[in-house]
Design a protein around this ligand. Sequence first.
Ligand code: SAM
Length: 385
Amino acid sequence: MIHMGKSNKVQTQFVKIKQDSAEKFLKLLKKKLHNETFLDRRTKVKHEGVYVLFPLIDDAEKVKMLIGGISNQINFDIVSAEGVAEENYKFHSIEEALVGELPENILELIPKSYDIIGKIAIVEFDQINTITEKNILFYKKKVAEALVRINKSVETVYEKLSEVKGRYRLKDLKIIYGDDNPETIHKENDCLFKLDVKKTYFTPRLVFERKRVSSSSFKKQETIVDMFTGVGPFSIQIAKNNDVKIYAFDVNPSAYKYLIKNIDINKIKGKIIPHNMDVKTLLNPNSKLGNYLKHKIDRIIMNLPEQSVNFLDVACFLMKKSSGIIHSYQFCEKPNPIKKGIENLSTILQKSGWYIEEILKSKIVKPFSPKSDLIVLDLKLKLFA
Ligand SMILES: C[S@@+](CC[C@H](N)C(=O)[O-])C[C@H]1O[C@@H](n2cnc3c(N)ncnc32)[C@H](O)[C@@H]1O
């Protein structure tokens, strides 16, 4: 086995084959053995006279399979020789980086995707967690090491232990690799976001959605409410290049603390007014801010998908009577999640005397669960005359 970074030269098994048969050999691997991984791409291919030596992964079963699969169609030998590490080799996936380092059955269970937030990676080990082996932590650490190897910016790896939950929409995280320091700075669409992955909500998976919304055409001095701002990714990306005034709310004190920092570290054209409070309290007849903002708002961002419909009363209270736009995010059941999302809103709006004047955009942002999708509806709302 080649241990990258430990030793540059390790005894390795090779397929030794005449140069003029090499192409046929590679084609047979593809065709007869269905692109299974036999060759160790981390070790240099060798040339000896008229022979070429292809390095093999360190797996006796695989070598048997190779011999059994194609040795009756092409002549080759399996030889042992010194392997030299392919230093510039870039792995394409964690799985590829771990070939030969973890058993085949474990390789099948390793996560295919993960989130990177600044210098932190967050991984879900849902499949590895189904096995009952005592080596489970070793496997997770191996995955984390491979992840760090292929993503040079990552220094810390956390395991995601729960779904987002609670009022602040946080998830439980367990350190697997590196320093247990959950604070980082994430770059997205030319903006910087300082945040703590344990104390604040942030997902890099909405990068394109935030790009889309922040690229809308905004009126000069447009007044916007970002009801559930978190550390400010929608507000800051909108205010970056637009002369707008955004009231940004979050009930989580940590999100508020980072929102203030993020307003500070990004050079923004517009103005963001941060508030650490429950946006529902704006409806309180004694709320000075509520009374001030009443029917003054042009646009409202409602990014609390599991509950945003319950805050439509606040949206109607704030929205300009002449009409305004909402960006409503919801989790809706399949099939027809968009139709269901529109129905959810229409019923509540009607009761408050509002209606949907125009559907500006409706789309599935991403699948959320086997039964539901995250959808967004950009709607122009109007008060019944
Ligand atoms: C799903 S996160 C969205 C954060 C942000 N918009 C983003 O894209 O990263 C929802 C946020 O709403 C906040 N929140 C939940 N209920 C709230 C309420 N009643 N008033 C204000 N903020 C609230 C949570 O603390 C959390 O930060």
